[in-house]
Ligand binder design. Structure first.
Ligand code: SF4
Length: 321
């Protein structure tokens, strides 16, 4: 069985998003030679480069070239900075651009940098012009949930020339004290706004959203690995702390001389998600969204089938716009 990799090349980033999952901003350990070794020794289905803003590392383009030469599909998640290195667009199969709000003011405020929204929009337009499959990706937060934002995000993505809109429900380990968890009803309204704006469902690997839309989620656990900038391997994007850190690719004696053992650390088996909404939420470990999973089902149009690199390595939902 091949692996889907979510790979953080670096933590370096030029934004300061209030809700960032990666508070570290230092450089990682990866270089093109090590990327090549991992690819040599494993059957890799596809790679998504995320975490920090990878394109800010000078050697990242060479890593993209290596993956491209091998014919492994790859995508990059960017905050917009990729527009500074447009040659990268010729090496990738998909691009995800993080835009959380339909308007410049709130996006720049939440992302901690004036001009961030404009730069991200410019990147989407440029990628679309070059024919790269491009997705606008938003994190659902209290400030951007609700019907109107859902509707307007579809219009924005469409207007910029993106093919898809992807939504990640904010994930937290501290739901009681975390100010970034959207109210379940507002998250439900966000999804409704997206559907009412004419977006067609592509796929979801989020069992909570799957319950609301009445579809089967694509399992993301068991076939994907997250490689962190410091070499640690974890089973999924959001499971990056303590007990989930399964091995370090650069220092673990079991794999120091043989990166082919990467699959050894695929420590969780594929799960069969329960059909009932509350059980799905329990399996997903995000009980704070229980109310969302039990809200009225939203009818979706045109199930297109999940073909996007991201569906399958983290809980996320994709609509074609
Ligand atoms: S762009 Fe991503 S990595 Fe950078 S601060 Fe924002 S959330 Fe964190």
């Amino acid at each position: 069985m091949g692996l889907k990799l979510g790979w953080g090349y670096t933590w370096v980033c030029d934004l300061r998003c209030a809700f960032c999952y990666s508070p570290r901003k230092d450089r990682g350990v990866w270089c093109p030679r090590l990327v090549e070794r991992i690819l040599d020794a494993n059957e890799i289905l596809d790679v998504n480069w995320g975490t920090g803003e990878n394109v800010l590392e000078p050697s990242f383009l060479e890593a993209l070239r290596i993956v491209h030469r091998r014919g492994v599909p790859q995508s990059v998640t960017s905050n917009g900075a990729l527009v500074l290195r447009p040659e990268a667009l010729d090496l990738i199969d998909e691009l995800d651009v993080s835009i959380d709000f339909p308007d410049r003011r709130r996006h720049d405020l939440w992302r901690g940098r004036a001009g961030a929204w404009e730069r991200a929009c410019r990147l989407v337009r440029e990628a679309a012009r070059r024919g790269v499959r491009t997705t606008v990706t938003m994190v659902a937060l209290p400030a951007n949930s609700g019907y109107r934002t859902g509707y307007e995000m579809v219009e924005l993505a469409r207007g910029l020339g993106a093919e898809m809109l992807r939504i990640n429900l904010y994930f937290t380990r501290r739901p009681r004290s975390d100010p970034f968890v959207p109210e379940p009803r507002r998250a439900w309204e966000l999804l409704l706004g997206v559907v009412d704006a004419g977006a067609r469902f592509v796929g979801t690997s989020d069992p909570i959203v799957a319950a609301v839309l009445g579809v089967e989620p694509v399992p993301y656990a068991g076939r994907s690995l997250r490689i962190l900038p410091d070499g640690w391997v974890t089973p999924a994007t959001y499971l990056t702390w303590g007990p989930w850190r399964m091995a370090n690719l650069l220092s673990d004696p079991r794999i120091r001389d043989d990166t082919g053992a990467l699959r050894t650390f695929l420590g969780i088996s594929e799960r069969v998600w329960p059909r009932e909404a509350p059980e799905r939420v329990a399996v997903a470990g995000r009980d704070y969204y229980l109310e969302l999973a039990t809200m009225p089902r939203i009818s979706i149009r045109g199930v297109l089938g999940a073909s996007q690199i991201h569906v399958g390595y983290l809980p996320t939902t994709v609509f074609a716009v």
